[in-house]
Design a protein around this ligand. Structure first.
Ligand SMILES: [Zn+2]
Length: 205
């Protein structure tokens, strides 16, 4: 009896995970090659994560200066190490250890794109909003005073339009961190690009 019950439970778990991973294919983005976690040498997540269904696309900036010297892989390994430990933020607040990088995609200063946390799992935030259902894209720079490079602009437009189409996200659900929480993220120069990106989604849909 015990054995039979255990078999049933195992069968249920397999059925549930098959449902979760079926349906939405891994995103492919036109004109952008995404550096995978394996390629940049990601470590495994250090905590459990929750699955979700993508309903919004939300833009962030790193709030650090653009740096053309370090490789994308090196930046992502550094960001993952910071994300996965207890640490203090620039403003002195503490952050807890997260399972992984809080965002799903990272656009470096040269326009190269890295896969961060898998989009299948809810991201994380330093601010009180619930990122469930949000596909989180972070762009390298502090866009309160820096400008996006042409490469970043092109990569962001490709990611946003491809993901909107693949996940069925309407243009009005493209937003930025500051639309959900009290923060300057993603900085005024990047925030000013959102109307243009929404128009691109409408045109490509
Ligand atoms: Zn943010």
């Amino acid at each position: 009896m015990m054995n039979r019950r255990r078999c049933l439970a195992t069968a249920l778990v397999i059925a549930v995970s098959a449902c979760a991973s079926r349906g939405t294919p891994a995103p492919a983005v036109a004109d952008v090659s995404i550096v995978s976690r394996t390629e940049w040498g990601a470590k495994d997540p250090v905590l459990p994560m929750r699955e979700h269904r993508i309903e919004r696309i939300t833009i962030h900036h790193t709030a650090t200066r653009q740096n053309g010297e370090r490789s994308l892989a090196d930046k992502l390994r550094g960001l993952q190490a910071f994300s996965q430990r207890d640490d203090s933020l620039g403003d002195g607040r503490r952050k807890p250890a997260w399972a992984d990088i809080p965002y799903h995609y990272y656009i470096a200063v040269d326009g190269t794109v890295g896969e961060a946390r898998s989009w299948r799992y809810v991201g994380d935030s330093n601010t009180p909003y619930d990122p469930t259902g949000h596909l989180l894209i972070v762009v390298e720079g502090n866009f309160e005073d820096e400008q996006l490079t042409d490469g970043q602009m092109r990569a962001l437009a490709s990611l946003v339009t491809s993901f909107a189409r693949q996940f069925g996200v309407p243009s009005e659900r493209l937003g930025a961190h500051k639309d959900y929480a009290s923060t300057r993220c993603p900085g005024r120069n990047l925030y000013a690009e959102l109307p243009r990106l929404r128009a691109l989604i409408d045109r490509s849909g």
